[in-house]
Design a protein around this ligand. Structure first.
Ligand code: NAG
Ligand code: NAG
Ligand code: NAG
Ligand code: NAG
Ligand code: NAG
Ligand code: NAG
Ligand code: NAG
Ligand code: NAG
Length: 426
């Protein structure tokens, strides 16, 4: 799956329960007007009981919340997640690149506060309201155009930068249509083909370089990070993840497709019924031959990173994906050595696809592959623990998603660092 990358060029518990349950309760009230934000003040003990009493209903409430709010298409960290990470040893990781060096430790109050579900809800609401004003006239706009010729993760990260730049200039970001996103399998030719619309304002017809400007989405890599004032003191790790999450809220068709693919591969047929599990993406092939990764890491090396922790937390299910099909044979050997401790989850998707072959496909075929990628992303983001290599745009995308969902335990990587990927790559 070379095409995913730069191949060519605690308050917590209460809040989460109240938040999720707020939606849940909303379900029983007015079906057309759910606003999770206004439901915080209910008693969380009652809600907890209510939540636990009926899993089917809670799945339904998720689907309902998904349909009626702009916030998310993936589940947020919940008490089951926090119960797991409280058993993990404290470990400091530094997200580094160029002049950035940001420290995270899931035992530190600073990390807990910044990566809380509450912060996510507030940030996502801010983005949504900024992009969906009551009145679009007299607003300033930035038209995002000219997507990069590179892997899907890379192209999305560059759109994220352009979106951030628009917000820093207090502009509403709109996509030029038809756009030239290599993966845009619909008339828009933009991320709007798979995700909820970036804005509900229409594209301004006049570009005067003042009220409306254009921002190319094929060059952005955060050389100098600029934030809107409200986010001025946030880490780049947090802020760019939030931007990415906003742009990648699965639309109804995408979510339905993803859930259908999962149902075909998983028994029982939903990610919700496989917790707790760890997700591992093994990136190799072109990423190694292009020397962006220093080496292809053997599977056993990844397992050595998290084996103690999975045992400590009783996690026996592992979801593995890779563009390299050999990984699954390696898994059989590694797992034999561990007397079959792990149960493997995988999806039936096409392997060995590289950027060139993907580009040779007609757009609708490419679209199907993208839905397979988004299925992988959905399964990985929903996992409890995460492993991979952050020189890969795809792995970073997964990492950012899970951080936004409030899952801030250390990302396991055999590389000698947690890279933000700020450098321009070819
Ligand atoms: C949510 O939307 C999907 C697709 O539009 C639909 O199939 C599903 O029944 C809806 N769920 C609820 C709870 O409204
Ligand atoms: C990042 O900062 C930590 C101290 O907070 C330091 O130990 C580490 O070496 C720094 N990493 C880099 C790459 O500068
Ligand atoms: C955009 O959405 C906002 C918030 O839902 C709404 O108030 C506004 O009327 C919408 N604007 C357009 C042009 O549809
Ligand atoms: C830019 O637009 C603002 C209003 O959006 C206006 O007040 C200002 O005069 C404009 N500047 C130029 C150079 O046109
Ligand atoms: C960031 O600034 C806001 C006020 O602008 C303050 O309430 C908040 O505590 C600050 N957060 C951090 C992490 O410094
Ligand atoms: C796992 O536990 C063993 C034995 O306690 C220890 O030697 C090893 O360093 C641990 N590995 C990691 C990655 O923490
Ligand atoms: C882990 O699983 C074993 C056997 O299933 C059980 O006895 C033990 O209590 C579990 N430990 C935790 C921390 O859940
Ligand atoms: C199996 O375990 C042994 C000892 O822990 C180790 O030396 C060997 O490399 C492992 N083999 C595989 C395939 O992981």
């Amino acid at each position: 799956m070379a095409e995913k990358f730069d191949s060519t060029p605690f308050l917590l518990l209460g809040f989460v329960l109240i938040f999720i349950a707020g939606v849940f309760i909303g379900l029983n009230m007015n079906k057309t007007d759910i606003k999770p934000f206004i439901l915080y003040s209910s008693s969380n003990i009652i809600l907890q009981e209510e939540l636990e009493s009926n899993q089917q209903q809670s799945l339904h409430s998720f689907s309902f919340a998904y349909n009626t709010t702009h916030l998310w298409s993936m589940r947020l960290a919940d008490e089951n997640y926090y119960r797991i990470i409280r058993r993990l040893p404290c470990r400091t990781v530094n997200y580094v690149d160029q002049s950035i060096n940001e420290t995270m430790n899931h035992c530190s109050q600073t990390t807990i506060n910044e990566f809380s579900v509450k912060e996510t809800v507030n940030a996502q609401r801010w983005f949504y309201e900024h992009q969906h004003p009551v009145d679009c006239s007299n607003k300033k706009f930035a038209i995002i155009h000219n997507h990069a010729w590179s892997g899907i993760g890379s192209t999305i990260h560059q759109v994220v930068w352009a979106f951030g730049e628009a917000l820093a200039q207090d502009r509403i970001a709109v996509y030029e249509t038809p756009g030239n996103w290599l993966y845009g399998d619909c008339k828009f030719g933009t991320l709007d083909c798979f995700f909820l619309p970036i804005t509900n304002c229409s594209i301004p017809s006049k570009i005067d370089g003042n009220q409306t400007i254009r921002i190319p989405a094929n060059k952005g890599h955060w050389e100098k990070a600029r934030y809107p004032d409200v986010f001025h003191n946030r880490t780049l790790t947090w802020y760019r993840s939030q931007l990415l999450f906003y742009l990648m809220r699965y639309n109804a068709q995408t979510l339905a497709h993803v859930q259908h693919l999962i149902a075909q591969s998983f028994d029982p047929p939903s990610v919700d019924l496989h917790h707790p599990y760890i997700a591992l993406y093994v990136r190799r092939s072109d990423k190694v031959t292009n020397r962006e990764m220093s080496q292809a890491y053997p599977l056993s090396q990844y397992f050595n990173l998290f084996d103690n922790d999975t045992h400590q937390t009783n996690i026996t299910t592992i979801y593995i994906n890779s563009e390299d099909n050999n990984v699954f044979n390696e898994f059989e050997q590694v797992n034999q050595n561990k007397t079959g401790y792990y149960k493997l989850l995988r999806v039936k998707t096409r392997k060995d696809i590289v950027f060139g072959s993907l580009m040779g496909m007609p757009m609708n075929e490419r679209g199907k592959i993208i839905l397979e990628f988004l299925t992988d992303l959905f399964i990985e983001a929903n996992a409890d623990l995460h492993a991979g290599t952050l020189t890969s745009n795809w792995c970073r995308l997964v990492d950012e998603m899970r951080l936004v969902l409030g899952k801030f335990s250390p990302y396991y990587t055999p590389e000698n660092g947690h890279f933000l990927g700020l450098r321009r790559r070819k």
